[in-house]
Design a protein around this ligand. Structure first.
Ligand code: EPU
Length: 435
């Protein structure tokens, strides 16, 4: 399906001519729950380093609809004041547009005693159920019912109660959402088998600085002593952590298309496994404190990277969100690599388009692909299926010979800030055009 703007990319045909440095923006996946957590505060909270992307604008719109005052400047600073919060009904049409809208349900339920919301839609990476969220609310004493197409969750009369919530699987947003719900609860909530992504730790640290009591950060068990309904107080501004997924994507682009590329304003601590995977392929990665350099990558004649297997896994494993960009890289190395997607049920759909570009990839199972490299990629007309595959298409288009046209770039705009400006600054020939 064609829609809106598109990217035109002139490929390098395998040359490694990109160079310079590229700065990473604030993390989308940390900024979203952090902004949602404003509902737990009695007054204004200021957030910095927030990426200017569609998902953030959608969340701001949901907050405004609930009665929050949202003030945003052009430099990535947003102040949210929920002191006059008036509603606990999450706007249905906006919520259906992005999965992360579900993050608001935890803070709203614990503050307002009730929340009404439409189930966030599934998407092209597979079904996105919310059973872990609902089981958590029920364990805290809430009742769950449906009214038409909406869920209505009601807290017990005295507020959400202390309990153990056992996650059947470690969902990232369910961990964030239930942790936020527990912050205002009565008693101690233990969340067992939770996700450990750095975005969760950053959110928990911020909430603790503001009066919450969350322990076990960075482990699979979080223990939260509720405030008995007392709202949090902002003591200082919160700065979103760097986007490890954007940083990882630039690293992969650098490995493929640059002699030397410096990725700045990132946290290499959050990228240990992707860095190890690139090193296993033979990519020359130099890690600094807040920067990662792909160095002298084109200077060695006939450098040919080696195949490596990847298997996506919850943090600290290889991130599912870097699986598609990494597969582009594996299509360019010598030998056979196995890619296993363990988190989402259909996150290999994009491989068919890489094959149309010339890659040799067999998807042998919905969760497994075998990549034979190296292959020559040619520019094609492509339709971005989701955010992360969309960026993988841009990377493949830069590697390829000839021009590619990438449609449906609204997916890419959901999560990457000014991506074409950043790419142009390191030498990519990319234009945003009206479709
Ligand atoms: N799952 C359930 N039931 C639930 C919740 C999750 O079955 O109630 C399943 C999912 O269907 C999936 C698995 O659990 O198979 C893991 O999903 P998870 O809930 O961890 O994903 P998420 O929280 O919806 C976040 C990121 C995703 C990222 C995943 C995995 C945000 C806003 N989103 O999603 O990011 O891929 O964790 O790391 O943090 C993206 O940024 O493009 C993106 C998709």
């Amino acid at each position: 399906m064609k829609s809106g703007e598109l990217f035109r990319v002139q490929g390098l045909g395998g040359a490694k001519t990109l160079s310079g440095s590229v700065a990473v923006s604030g993390s989308k996946n940390e900024a979203l729950p952090a902004l949602a957590s404003a509902v737990l505060f009695g007054g204004p909270v200021t957030f910095r380093n927030i990426p200017r992307i569609t998902d953030i604008r959608q969340l701001n719109s949901l907050l405004s609809d609930l009665g929050a005052r949202v003030m945003m400047d052009d430099g990535g600073t947003i102040t949210v004041d929920t002191s006059k919060l008036a509603s606990a009904h999450v706007n249905e049409s906006t919520a259906r547009k992005f999965r992360a809208s579900v993050i608001l349900t935890g803070p709203l339920l614990s503050r307002m005693g009730e929340v009404r919301f439409a189930p966030p839609g599934g998407c092209l990476i597979g079904k996105r159920p919310i059973d872990v969220f609902l089981a958590g609310y029920e364990a805290m004493g809430a009742t769950v019912r449906t009214d038409g197409e909406e869920f209505v969750i009601t807290a017990p009369r005295g507020g959400l109660k202390g309990c153990d919530v056992i996650f059947r699987l470690p969902s990232v947003t369910a961990t964030e959402t239930l942790m936020m719900a527990a912050v205002l609860a009565h008693g101690i909530v233990r969340l067992v088998n939770v996700a450990m992504e750095p975005e969760i730790g950053a959110l928990a640290d911020f909430l603790n600085e503001s009066g919450a009591d969350i322990r076990g950060i960075g482990t699979p068990v979080l223990t939260i002593r509720g405030t008995d309904g007392t709202l949090l107080v902002s003591k200082k501004e919160h700065t979103a952590i760097p986007d490890r997924l954007e940083a990882g994507s630039f690293m992969i682009l650098g490995a493929l298309c640059a002699d030397t590329l410096t990725v700045t304003d990132c946290d290499p601590e959050h990228l240990k496994v992707p860095i190890a995977s690139l090193c296993a392929c033979g990519v020359p990665v130099v890690v600094g404190k807040k920067r990662i350099v792909i160095s002298g990558n084109g200077g060695i004649p006939n450098r040919s990277f080696a195949a490596a297997n990847i298997r996506t896994h919850e943090y600290p494993g290889f991130p599912t969100d870097l699986q598609a960009p990494m597969t582009v890289l594996l299509s360019q190395v010598s030998g056979e690599s196995i890619v296993e997607e363990m988190i989402f049920e259909s996150r290999l759909g994009y491989a068919a388009d890489l094959v149309r570009m010339g890659a040799d990839i067999d998807v042998v199972h919905p969760h497994k692909a075998i990549v034979h490299g190296p292959s020559k990629l040619r520019g094609r007309e492509l339709y971005s299926p989701d955010l992360r595959a969309g960026l993988a298409y841009i990377i493949a288009a830069i590697v390829a010979k000839g021009e590619s046209v990438i449609h449906n770039i609204y997916h890419i705009d959901r999560g990457y800030e000014r991506v074409e400006e950043k790419l142009k600054s390191i030498g990519v020939d990319i234009e945003r055009v009206r479709g």
